[in-house]
Design a protein around this ligand. Structure first.
Ligand SMILES: NC(=O)c1ccc[n+]([C@@H]2O[C@H](COP(=O)([O-])OP(=O)(O)OC[C@H]3O[C@@H](n4cnc5c(N)ncnc54)[C@H](O)[C@@H]3O)[C@@H](O)[C@H]2O)c1
Length: 366
């Protein structure tokens, strides 16, 4: 197999991480084309990354017809992920979809079914799963080092202000995005669910919009999760932290192990305590901590490498469509519990971000 022909659709804020990831896998990937509705955005990427011989488009369907890429990354606004990715899959492309893979479970199911039907790979861009810290913790969990898990906690204490939402008006809208949980916190919600064994029985939650009258959705979400293995989880996610991002932390508490990953976006191991004593905590903290320049971390590049290997070896990617659906389902279950003021049992059949439209309108008008 020669190099995989790659294209990126959506050249906004997160797109440099995609092109950097594609370039770091240049021995197996050929960047064929970029697409954005705004030509200046594709041009900026060409300039910033000194890309040569890369074609640019404003219409992704034209790109699919003309370039016949084998792998496409979809980094458009969240509300358009499903429609764009379904077209890519129909054209025979494997896809990396930025998180969340879709805004409804029906769309997530359609994506998973379409990819399986067409025989292409579907990857959800939860790049933090590839953080060195997260990989080390995952290895401990898979190795049973925690013993019985009692509870875990995901805290996302970040700040987003008016400028962030003015830059891209889709952000914070129910039909195109959701709020802090769907946009900023879904990475850590994904990690918590994954580490606790994926199975969730029930969720109870509050969500609110306390400080962002210019967006429709929540800026604070608080949830308690009962996992199928008998353990519990706490999610605390917000974009209200004064005056800037404070931390994103993941705690896991088990019978024989306690771990805290922290830093900007769970890039550091801050506590590492295991009864088995098989590694030195100080060395683990030193060896598996990273300090990325921003909250997006270094995960896109290994996620791309894994997707390339998945295509070549005809196996599922490490973060597949089902994983993307599980993260989405948990966020939607939190939304539903908060909106209806009751515990919500999983699995959810269908639910979508758009069904919560108007939820905070009254409070915001006060
Ligand atoms: N993995 C992460 O850590 C991470 C970080 C930030 C954003 N994201 C996700 O990435 C996606 C994009 O976020 P962003 O902040 O870069 O948004 P953005 O608004 O800055 O960029 C989106 C770009 O997509 C373009 N676009 C929209 N529809 C298009 C279409 N049909 N065809 C071609 N181009 C189109 C827009 O013109 C815009 O330039 C969102 O889903 C977001 O949740 C992920």
């Amino acid at each position: 197999m020669g190099k995989i022909r790659y294209a990126l659709i959506g050249c906004g804020r997160i797109s440099p991480n995609h092109i950097a990831a594609a370039k770091s896998n240049a021995d197996s990937l050929d960047i064929a084309a970029l697409c954005d509705l705004v030509p200046e955005n594709t041009q900026k990427m060409i300039n910033d990354f000194s890309l040569k011989g890369v074609h640019t488009y404003t219409d992704y369907r034209e790109l699919l017809r003309a370039e016949r890429p084998q792998l496409v990354a979809v980094a458009t606004d969240s509300g358009s992920h499903a429609a764009v990715a379904l077209d890519c899959i129909a054209a025979g492309c494997s896809v990396i979809i930025e998180k969340p893979i879709a805004l409804s479970l029906a769309d997530a199911d359609a994506l998973i079914a379409a990819a399986a039907g067409r025989g292409v790979k579907l990857c959800a861009c939860h790049q933090n799963r590839f953080n060195r810290s997260v990989q080390k913790i995952r290895q401990a969990a898979e190795g049973g080092r925690f013993g019985r898990l009692f509870h875990g906690a995901a805290n996302i204490r970040w700040n987003r202000g008016p400028q962030y939402y003015t830059q891209a008006p889709w952000r914070g809208k129910w039909a195109c995005d959701g709020g802090a949980l769907m946009n900023q916190c879904i990475h850590n919600i994904d990690l918590l669910r994954w580490m606790m064994g994926d199975g969730v029985d029930e969720v109870m939650a509050y969500t609110d919009n306390l400080h962002h009258p210019y967006i429709e959705a929540e800026d604070l979400g608080l949830a308690i999760i009962r996992f199928s293995n008998g353990a519990y989880g706490i999610v605390e996610g917000t974009t209200n932290i004064y005056p800037k991002n404070l931390e994103e932390t993941l705690y896991l508490f088990g019978e024989r192990g306690t771990v805290k990953a922290g830093g900007k976006s769970v890039n550091l191991i801050e506590e590492w305590r295991f009864a088995d004593g098989i590694d030195d905590p100080e060395q683990v903290k030193h060896e598996f901590g990273e300090d990325p320049p921003n909250v997006y971390g270094f995960g896109h590049s290994p996620l791309y490498a894994d997707m390339i290997a998945a295509i070549r070896d005809d196996r599922a990617p490490y973060v597949d469509g089902a994983a993307g659906r599980r993260a989405l389902e948990l966020v939607l279950a939190i939304y539903l519990s908060a909106a209806e003021g009751r515990p919500v049992r999983l699995p959810l059949k269908d639910c979508s971000s758009a069904q919560f439209a108007g939820r905070f309108d009254e409070g915001l008008r006060k």
